[in-house]
Write a protein that binds this ligand. Structure first.
Ligand SMILES: C[S@@+](CC[C@H](N)C(=O)[O-])C[C@H]1O[C@@H](n2cnc3c(N)ncnc32)[C@H](O)[C@@H]1O
Length: 276
């Protein structure tokens, strides 16, 4: 598999925005660097015009400088070991890779070997989703994780006592990586599905539905998510900016969901909706 590497130097606060925009067009791995980000995409996945459009849009405001290179083979584990530090969410959750030291003083330890999937807790949206999950009763509940990435939110649900968990993602790498992470966290009974919510078509209703994806997908699939939430159950949404809250809320309200909590970090937002 031939990969392209783009070494992008950019000013803050544009690093996160660049990651989000490039992820939208198929970039599947990012490393934070002192100058900005290194972004990776499979060569046959790159649509030059879409890429150029993003670069042109932020060129000036973010003072972008890009160096492009080709990589025949990437040792992602080695890359991650160099760049991936453990993180904490509040004082109860510790997210680490298997090569990091355990920290038993944390109540919930999540093991994630991320490879190329999004979702280590480093991104604000993952962090916000976990923070919301910590405030929700998961005990004995049925939980659905849509756009599960590394599987981190499904794993958090399991640690919080969920009884039945389903998770899926459209990305083949996430499916492989998710299963590995489920195994690492003693969840071999859960397997990551592949596809969109319409393709996977989960059966029945769920107490908690988690969807950290992006604005367009959330708007497009909101009707399906809402239908999957039990009466009295919750829908947690993230993957959009604070300035998009009104659009997301309007759509969720239109399908009968009511806002019960809202958090933001680094300009990203996460909402907790409830079906009355
Ligand atoms: C922002 S990441 C979130 C990953 C993880 N849930 C977390 O919170 O860290 C979004 C994930 O959604 C996946 N995705 C994008 N569009 C999707 C869709 N329509 N259905 C399911 N997954 C999708 C991407 O492949 C990516 O892994």
């Amino acid at each position: 598999m031939q990969y392209l590497e783009f070494k992008i130097s950019c000013k803050e606060p544009y690093r996160e925005i660049m990651v989000a925009e490039l992820a939208e067009i198929g970039f599947d791995s990012f490393l934070e660097t002192d100058e900005g980000i290194d972004a990776y995409i499979q060569e046959d996945q790159l649509v030059r015009a879409s890429y150029q459009e993003i670069i042109d849009r932020y060129q000036e405001s973010a003072s972008l400088k890009v160096r492009e290179g080709k990589m025949a083979k990437v040792n992602w584990n080695e890359e991650w070991e160099k760049h991936y530090d453990p993180i904490t969410v509040g004082d109860r959750v510790y997210v680490r890779a298997s090569f990091h030291q355990a920290r038993p003083e944390f109540k919930y330890e999540i093991l994630i070997n991320p490879k190329m999937s999004f979702g280590t807790g480093h991104h604000a949206t993952t962090y916000l989703m976990i923070s919301h999950q910590l405030n929700l009763d998961h005990q004995g509940k049925r939980v659905l994780d849509i756009g599960a990435g590394t599987g981190i939110l499904a794993i958090m649900a399991q640690k919080l006592g969920a009884k039945e968990i389903e998770a899926f993602d459209i990305d083949e790498w996430c499916v492989e990586n998710g299963d590995e992470n489920f195994d690492l966290n003693g969840m071999s009974h859960v397997r990551m599905g592949k596809g969109t919510v319409r393709e996977v078509n989960p059966k029945g209703e769920f107490d908690i539905v988690l969807a950290n994806i992006n604005k367009n997908v959330l708007l497009d699939e909101m009707e399906v998510y809402s239908a999957l939430v039990k009466k009295g159950g919750h829908l947690l949404l993230s993957g959009f900016y604070v300035h998009d809250i009104a659009d997301i809320l309007k759509k969720a309200n239109a399908y009968g969901m009511e806002l019960v909590d809202e958090k933001s970090k680094d300009n990203w937002a996460a909402l907790v909706m409830k079906k009355p």
